[in-house]
Design a protein around this ligand. Structure first.
Ligand code: UDP
Length: 331
């Protein structure tokens, strides 16, 4: 299939383009390159454009006639979304609406949406099932929840078949070492820890160690980016095959690791010390997020290949060490 991948130059988008190509599809990466990296687009064309730019979307859709869309393009910094919510609602919500209207007008029938566990807010139950109430505690999660709702409405009104994949914490890098995580600015725990291990930063700040968790630091469920990518391919193929699906699925490993456990594992994998300082809590961080992904295993036969945190970190460490100079973070 020819598939438009919005945000295809981003971290999860680029890994999904690779997985799509491996399944015989043509990924057309559509990215405004605000946070995306052109070097990460290697398995199909890169079309530079913004999801809010209807004219540009029309051009690209007319040129390639995509049969489906995988929609990653979004701002995804929780902390920034608390400080600058308008940026998140404008890009993530209004931009997605423009994309959906373009799909409707061009008759593109399938969409897989990159959603998030941040739509759940502070969980009442662990692991979190898809049926858990969705009460986001930051504008990032709220913006993704709004798009999930729009997708249900567009499905009913115009027959656009869609599925939302709610990721827990994406981690790791392409096992072949071709692409990996490269945010600028980098704010995520694992790449920051590895940059400290690589001597590119002096220390890591732990955002709060007074949470109600065994070691006081937040607990997260880390899922390998290649496993996430595989799930998108399966979801798109299932939609196109007319398989009945839930509106949304969790994507996680079902296991939680604290920030301190992640740092200790990073020290073990890299053989380096990672100096830490304890700082204030980061606004918008729920204490514990662990997902129940049994539904997607059942419906799409999806199984994560990387269930071991050290193995996930190992792929990220390989990438961290082999990144060419121009891909290195500015510290
Ligand atoms: N975190 C931290 N120090 C950092 C970056 C992150 O303590 O420099 C914590 C953060 O507060 C959260 C966890 O690590 O509890 C995972 O954060 P990340 O930004 O990697 O992913 P998120 O959970 O926001 O998607």
């Amino acid at each position: 299939m020819r598939l438009l991948v919005t945000g295809g130059a981003g971290y999860i988008g680029s890994h999904t383009c690779k997985a799509l190509a491996a399944h015989g599809h043509l990924p057309i990466a559509y990215d405004n390159l605000v946070y995306g990296n052109p070097w990460a687009v290697r398995w199909g064309p890169l079309e530079i454009g913004d999801i809010a730019d209807r004219h540009r979307l029309d051009q690209v859709i007319r040129q390639y006639r995509p049969e489906g869309v995988i929609h990653f393009a979004a701002y995804a910094y929780v902390g920034e979304s608390v400080k600058d919510p308008g940026k998140y609602y404008r890009n993530n919500v209004a931009g997605s609406l423009t994309l959906l209207e373009a799909m409707r007008d061009h008759g593109i029938p399938y969409l897989v949406f990159s959603s998030t566990c941040a739509t759940y807010g502070v969980p009442e139950q662990i692991p979190i099932p898809e049926t858990h109430p969705q009460r986001p505690i930051n504008p990032y999660g709220q913006s993704k929840l709004m798009v999930e709702q729009m997708l249900r409405d567009f499905q009913l009104a115009y027959g656009i078949q869609s599925v939302s994949l709610r990721y827990f914490n994406a981690a790791g890098a392409d096992p072949d070492g071709e692409i990996g995580e490269a945010h600028d600015p980098e704010t995520h725990l694992i790449p920051l820890a590895l940059e400290v291990a690589a001597g590119q930063r002096s220390h890591l700040t732990i955002f709060g160690d007074d949470y109600d968790t065994p070691d006081g630091t937040c607990i997260r469920d880390f899922i390998h980016v290649a496993d996430l990518a595989q799930a998108h391919v399966l979801a798109l193929e299932a939609l196109a095959a007319g398989k009945p699906l839930q509106p949304a699925y969790n994507l996680g490993n079902g296991q939680g690791f604290s920030v301190r456990e992640v740092i200790a594992t990073a020290e073990a994998v890299t053989g380096k010390q990672i100096p830490v300082q304890v700082g204030a809590r980061r606004p918008g961080d729920p204490p514990r997020l662990v997902g129940d992904a049994t539904a997607i295993s059942r419906d799409l036969n999806w199984r994560p290949r990387y269930t071991n945190l050290a193995e996930i970190l190992q792929t990220a460490w390989c990438w961290q060490q082999k990144r060419p100079y121009f891909q290195r973070p500015r510290c």
